[in-house]
Design a protein around this ligand. Sequence first.
Ligand code: NAG
Ligand code: NAG
Ligand code: NAG
Ligand code: NAG
Ligand code: NAG
Ligand code: NAG
Ligand code: NAG
Length: 526
Amino acid sequence: MMRSSTTAFTAVAASLLTFASASTLTSPVLPLIVRNPYLSTWLANAREEPWTAWPMLYTGQSVGLAVLASVPSTSTVYPLLGRPQDSLDGSASQYNVSFPEYLGAQYDASTTNLSYSIPSPSGGGSESAELILSFLSPISPTSTMRQSIPAGYLTWYAKGSFDLDIYIDVNGQWVSGNRGSEIEWSLAETDHADAKHLKTWRVKRREEQLFTEWADQAEWGTLHFTAPADVSHEAGTSGLLRQRFSRNSTLQNAVDSELRGIMEEEPVFAFSKHFNLSSRRDDANTSSVNEASVLFTLAHIQDPVVQFASARGLTWMPSDSPTTTSTSKNSTNYLDIAALSARQVLGATSFSDTPQNPILFLKEISSNGNSQTVDVIFPAFPFFPYTNPRWLAYLLEPLLEHMLSGQYPNLYTMHDLGTHFPKMTDHVDGNDEYMPVAMGEQKNVTALEAEGDDINPFALPQDLETKEGITALDNAFGGPAAGPHQARRWLARSYTLWKQWTSYLVTYSRHGISSRKAPINLADCV
Ligand SMILES: *[C@@H]1O[C@H](CO)[C@@H](O)[C@H](O)[C@H]1NC(C)=O
Ligand SMILES: *[C@@H]1O[C@H](CO)[C@@H](O)[C@H](O)[C@H]1NC(C)=O
Ligand SMILES: *[C@@H]1O[C@H](CO)[C@@H](O)[C@H](O)[C@H]1NC(C)=O
Ligand SMILES: *[C@@H]1O[C@H](CO)[C@@H](O)[C@H](O)[C@H]1NC(C)=O
Ligand SMILES: *[C@@H]1O[C@H](CO)[C@@H](O)[C@H](O)[C@H]1NC(C)=O
Ligand SMILES: *[C@@H]1O[C@H](CO)[C@@H](O)[C@H](O)[C@H]1NC(C)=O
Ligand SMILES: *[C@@H]1O[C@H](CO)[C@@H](O)[C@H](O)[C@H]1NC(C)=O
């Protein structure tokens, strides 16, 4: 029975998501930008310095994401993330390549921080500067709308008494799994209502292939990489841009317009930011330490939105994590695992459909790419009562709809909705029937409506709520008064299935494990 009030789950979620203690578990990989199965970038070598390997997608395939810092007063450049040093040649004597001191990674449920110390150009005992690359992939249980935004954020925090420049680039591997794909790009400069001027790189495959994957990556969709206006920008060949920044601590505000393949004179899309830390504020004393920060957004947008709404079915979730069992006795480690799991669970999912009838699709990650796999939903299950139980209903919805429509002949639940995401058109038992939930313009809701209730008890309101200045919040649901009623309405729509599965369990538990999976025909059973 779903009997939770918004307040109750918010409180629990808040304690899960905001524990302040520092993370201590040393995970072999850490999430960087992880929002859905197609926006899933990880630190591959989290037990070593972040510049010893390229970041990776969950598949293990590397992805271009390079960060460099430069101290202009000594022409010294410091690789921070990725392997940008491979394109640099310190012996060219226009700059020196050095490595910072890596202070390690800290994380909570939404954030991974990588911290560095950059030595002072004055040498000796002078204070070094501290730099944090802070990757945020928000977990927002109180706002389904915010959770469904396919974007992650990177903030650079710099603190010190000497000037620093920082550089970042991404490549075309964010929009295709095939290194041979032709891509196109552009820079958009936009003014927004809040008067902030922004620069956005837009990168996509020249020929997008709707609902097609290559090595588990989406071959359609556009990467939007956004920065504030006070950065310099440049698109061009990776090595040239990194060398130019190393020499000159800035970029040329130019866009290489020769469209080409992802690894053909590898085009990258770069921003660099000057941190003016040496200047003294008027009222400051000598040896003042200044702080500055800059925020970037990385969004992977798949359109048209209508297809996003009706045809998504990804899930990404390692179904067994050996670390969990071996360390769960240590409560600190357990908290760390819970924190890391939050992005892992939601990173396997993608919200879809309308607020009146939301659906959460799930891709089986790190295995075979099945859609909506029941034995993957099972281990992910505890996450949902703790964060937003309504999301669990959204996750079961496509399975219930499909099985209610009578397309699955067995008395137990189907294993998955499709053998490979995002096409939920297959069937475990080889019945390749049209699966309206995944690929159709419209879901087949006839079967549900037949149950006599066409309003989803867990629908989101037309007007989302605002509380304490935070917009787009879900409305309250559940609670002692409304909860049982809503749960009954939700169950009524699929009651025949729950009853059928229970009867199956009762019947076959008696006969022991050997017959557990015996396929039986519905007709034999009635
Ligand atoms: C690189 O470092 C060496 C040794 O510290 C120094 O002599 C040289 O001037 C530096 N090169 C540049 C371009 O700053
Ligand atoms: C990451 O760094 C920022 C800036 O210092 C800080 O506000 C935030 O609490 C840090 N997060 C974690 C998980 O350490
Ligand atoms: C070096 O940077 C300056 C601005 O600081 C710019 O005017 C100049 O064109 C740059 N040179 C090169 C070769 O990029
Ligand atoms: C650094 O900041 C100070 C104080 O805001 C300003 O006067 C100076 O022009 C800035 N320098 C650069 C290179 O931006
Ligand atoms: C500068 O130093 C003086 C004396 O130590 C102190 O009273 C004052 O608050 C300081 N000002 C700032 C802006 O830190
Ligand atoms: C639990 O983890 C902490 C931090 O890593 C460690 O100091 C402590 O020894 C661990 N305790 C046990 C019982 O393993
Ligand atoms: C939708 O489901 C109903 C009820 O199961 C069925 O009669 C109808 O044929 C289905 N329509 C489509 C297009 O699959």
